[in-house]
Design a protein around this ligand. Structure first.
Ligand code: ZN
Length: 300
């Protein structure tokens, strides 16, 4: 079994809550606190994990009055109910996706003990930028999608140069752009690099420095090249993944995401609209096939 989740203080009053091993649905959270005020960034997938997160946060900070959801995925939002009284903030599209999809993600991994929590939708939404003032500390929220999804929001804390990147950056884990955009992620990564972060807290994986941005970029540029070559040779995304080998995905968590990322790269190579919806169920089946029939490993 992976190690227990832990809090890591990355700057004065600023924490990453890291959940090993960072695989499917085992997501991180962030904490920004000052003068009795607290913001939490993302809320974990299951009731047990969300309650453990709440306990960890309140062991070092006041009960959160703000919850930020970096995007609509359930492993970042299902735990919202564990933070009663907090204002939940997200991108407008994140709320819409949460409303439309409900708890559908739970059906992908029925073996997980999700607990019994109501879905709590964001009550404050925005489109481009919003600054949350945690007492005297401005936490800047910026929409950077389509990237991992259409509705990715990053949190930037300029006073400590800490970047809460959501699933746009997942150090040590394969990127996953099926529900967003490969080109959009490359564009987002350039923007994040320009911020000049000292510390990167990804939506999954260990706390990292700015090198995590370059690693994600390398992976996606390689994926785009593989897709371009495969389109010329008439291969499908699954065939292309098998023929190319893991490349820079070797050693990353959940390398089967290469297949999904190739589906998105093919759509973009054909001139498709960035972030346009692709049906995900058949692609998940192909990732299982790529894995030799093993189901996607979810330790939530
Ligand atoms: Zn996600």
């Amino acid at each position: 079994m992976p190690a227990e989740p832990y809090l890591c203080e990355v700057a004065d009053g600023v924490y990453a809550y890291v959940q090993p091993d960072g695989g499917w649905c085992v997501s991180n959270a962030g904490v920004v606190s000052s003068a009795g005020r607290t913001a939490v960034i993302d809320t974990a997938a299951t009731e047990a994990r969300a309650r453990a997160l709440h306990a960890a946060v309140t062991s070092v900070a006041a009960a959160p009055d703000i919850v930020v959801n970096t995007h609509h995925h359930g492993d970042h939002t299902f735990g919202n109910a564990a933070f009663p009284g907090a204002t939940v903030v997200a991108h407008r599209e994140a709320r819409r996706e949460m409303e439309t999809r409900g708890a559908a993600l739970r059906a992908v991994w029925p073996e997980v003990d999700w607990g019994d929590m109501d879905l709590v939708l964001p009550s404050l939404t925005f489109e481009d930028r919003l600054t949350v003032h945690v007492a005297d500390r401005p936490l800047q929220l910026r929409h950077v999608g389509p990237a991992h999804t259409t509705n990715d929001v990053i949190g930037w804390l300029p006073d400590a140069r800490v970047l809460f990147a959501g699933d746009v950056v997942m150090p040590g884990c394969a990127p996953f752009v099926l529900m967003g955009s490969l080109e959009g992620t490359l564009r987002a990564l350039r923007g994040l690099r320009a911020l000049g972060p000292r510390t990167v807290v990804g939506g999954h994986g260990e706390v990292a420095g700015p090198e995590a941005l370059a690693e994600a970029e390398t992976c996606l540029l390689w994926t785009r090249d593989v897709a371009a070559e495969a389109v010329r040779s008439g291969l499908t995304p699954l065939e292309a993944a098998r023929e190319a080998g893991p490349g820079p995905y070797a050693g990353l968590r959940d390398p089967e995401r290469l297949v999904a990322n190739l589906h998105r790269a093919f759509q973009e190579a054909a001139g498709g609209v960035l972030g346009a919806h692709l049906p995900s169920a058949p692609v998940f089946r192909e990732m299982v096939e790529y894995n030799g029939g093993r189901p996607l490993r979810c330790l939530a």
